[in-house]
Write a protein that binds this ligand. Structure first.
Ligand code: FAD
Length: 399
């Protein structure tokens, strides 16, 4: 059995774990990242919509506030990440061209108008437009669309490109392709972790960022898998939307997120997403692929000509109230998990919260607002009463 010592041990190398690792390295910490398959969790399936407006659900004001605070930080984060990774501007695919929301039939339009009323209540920007106006913005919008809205503040980024950039910025951390099997505790303090090869890690701080699997390592992180499938299509630029198009088709949500046009005149489109309450098996169901394509082509018939590249199923890290868990949950333990369906949107807010925990002063009012929003709406201790946050056994204490 061998052992490692570091300042910060990050368990989970998805977009959230690598963001925490990057911030810790920037603060001068020595960092170890444990993950048997970095980037192959929810981050791999995510479409990358940055959509605090259209993702605002009834009873989810906290998520809307967190999302709005985080979205404001995305341009600076993209810029900082691209520079730190030595990539050209635009490499992580941040696009701020807005989102077109469509309603397929009369009932979908009733639901869309209820959402628009909620946006007004929450002070979020969206405006109803006619189907003809929608077609002027996106000529490929189908003939049977009953209504539409323009959402100027919902955007997108490419999660796989962000993760690849984070992999560069965290290259000087020690990356271990192993799974943590338990946290190690001593006298009520988390002092490290044990991996599946029997190696122990001792750390001043453990950042638990294992996505939906976080609950298996700490009961006070009550995450659960919420599997979802996205499809990658390859389409001619002139037969695909130029902005994010999302909508409902007979009550079923669907979206198409267009990436930048390549030099060959084609682009990738991400079509999604299903959402299920079942175990995480990473298997794409035929019926899900069929339903996503059927609903996407109801809104955008020209997608029939696109080439189907991939169907990917991964699990969102759900939490009991759909808001993330960001902050200290025990001495030595920082939670960065439970980002559910908005982890890409919430990446800059997570970075700001981690900076704050590391004692790095906020860079400006936007970061201060994000740190305040995280403290108010994402405090992990809100689950402390309902879920035991003390370990049933204290193993291998090294401190
Ligand atoms: C279909 C789908 C579409 C989505 N679309 C969007 C979107 O448009 N916009 C948006 O903002 N969000 C979206 N999301 C949500 C977003 O993907 C997640 O919130 C985000 O990726 C969470 O990142 P994470 O790093 O916490 O988790 P993950 O990306 O799941 O990473 C967790 C990592 O932990 C590792 N791990 C697990 N167990 C252990 C262990 N025991 N030891 C060590 N490592 C471990 C895993 O290998 C994995 O790499 C979507 C998610 C899905 C599934």
């Amino acid at each position: 059995m061998s052992s490692h010592a570091c300042d910060v041990l990050v368990v989970g190398g998805g977009i959230i774990g690598l963001t925490a690792a990057w911030r810790a390295l920037e603060a001068g910490a020595s960092v170890v990242v444990l993950d048997p398959a970095p980037g192959d969790g929810a981050t791999h399936a995510a479409a990358g919509m940055l959509a605090p407006v259209m993702e605002a659900g009834f009873g989810e004001e906290a998520q809307a506030r967190l999302g709005t605070a985080s979205l404001a930080l995305w341009p600076d984060l993209a810029d900082a990440l691209e520079r730190a990774a030595g990539l050209p501007p635009g490499a992580v695919g941040l696009e701020t061209a807005g989102t077109l929301a469509l309603a397929y039939d009369g009932d979908d339009l009733v639901a869309l108008r209820r959402s628009l009323a909620l946006h007004r209540e929450l002070g979020l920007g969206s405006v109803e437009i006619t189907p003809a106006e929608a077609r002027r913005r996106e000529p490929g919008v189908g003939p049977r669309v009953a209504g539409a809205a323009w959402v100027p503040g919902d955007h997108q980024v490419d999660p796989r490109a962000v993760h690849a950039a984070l992999a560069v910025t965290t290259a000087r951390a020690t990356h271990v392709p192993r799974a943590a099997v338990s946290l190690t505790w001593a006298h009520g303090t988390v002092v490290g972790a044990l991996d599946d090869a029997g190696t122990t890690y001792s750390a001043g701080t453990v950042v638990l960022a294992a996505g939906h699997a976080s609950a298996a390592l700490f009961a006070g992180a009550p995450t659960r898998p919420v599997p979802g499938t996205t499809l990658r299509l390859d389409a001619a630029a002139d037969r695909s939307p130029a902005v994010v198009v999302r909508g409902t088709v007979q009550g079923r949500p669907v979206y198409a997120v267009p990436r930048r046009v390549r030099p060959d005149g084609r682009r990738e489109l991400v079509v999604g997403a299903t959402s299920d309450e079942r175990d995480d098996d990473q298997l794409a169901r035929a019926g899900d692929v069929f339903a996503l394509l059927r609903d996407a082509r109801a809104l955008l018939p020209e997608l029939d000509d696109a080439v189907l590249l991939e169907a990917v199923t991964r699990s969102r890290p759900g939490s009991p109230d759909n808001a993330p868990l960001l902050g200290r949950a025990a001495d030595g333990l920082y939670l960065a998990t439970g980002h559910y369906r908005n982890g890409i949107l919430l990446t800059p807010l997570t970075a700001a919260a981690v900076d704050d925990a590391l004692g790095v002063a906020p860079g400006g009012p936007g970061e201060r607002a994000a740190v305040e929003a995280a403290a108010r709406y994402a405090n992990p201790r809100r689950f402390a009463d309902a879920y035991s946050t003390t370990p049933t056994t204290e193993r291998g204490g090294t401190a």
